[in-house]
Design a protein around this ligand. Sequence first.
Ligand code: CTP
Ligand code: MG
Length: 230
Amino acid sequence: KSVWAVVPAAGNGSRMRADRPKQYLPLLGKPVIRHTLERLISHPKIQGVIVAVAEQDPFWSDLMLPDDWPVYLATGGSQRSDSVFNALFYLRQLTDDDPWVLVHDAARPCLRHTDIDRMLTQLAEDPVGGILGIPMTETVKRVNDNHRILETVNRDNLWRAATPQMFHLKHLLQALQQTIDAQCQVTDEASAMEYAGFQPKMVEGHADNLKITLPQDLELAALYLQRQGD
Ligand code: CTP
Ligand code: MG
């Protein structure tokens, strides 16, 4: 079964408050998204990457990616799930079979090949698929609107969801279509699969696979990338 990646890169990074979407900010000398794409393309099992880019995006063409990179462009949408849906739709026209799809945030440039390998191994025969995540380490509180603590949540079975999120192309397309039709907003692919009645598997990933969201995250990502080379 072939393996493809889909990279949603059509957000505008409002929480980063920078002069451009965060995926185009410089990180150790090259744009964040270039790190992300390199990590996916250089993996021997990944056949190609579909990137969902915003319709009016002046930054994408400045990347000047090498011609021989198997990167294909789809149009982003107003929600992340719309961007992913468009990219999956494009991929379906590109392949005859029902490949595995790894959906991975453009804003996660520190993904390790060992994490991809663990996912591919653990989920190889899985009828549903799954996602990378990290077990919660901190004590978790539920609070009310006035920030008064209502309860301490048992963290034993709590994980932070990351990406890649790996599913069969047909299932994921159907699941996203269902959430779009129902106008049910989902923030990751697993939520769409859960909504459609599937039970994705959680695969433990490395904690340095952070999503660049706030300004301080860039500094942390630079540290992680430098350390990984050691
Ligand atoms: N994304 C996308 N299309 C959207 C919204 C988000 O492709 N309509 C992508 C982002 O580019 C990012 C990933 O989904 O790579 C994760 O989303 P998030 O971290 O929320 O990025 P932004 O939406 O850009 O940031 P913010 O929420 O701070 O505005
Ligand atoms: Mg967002």
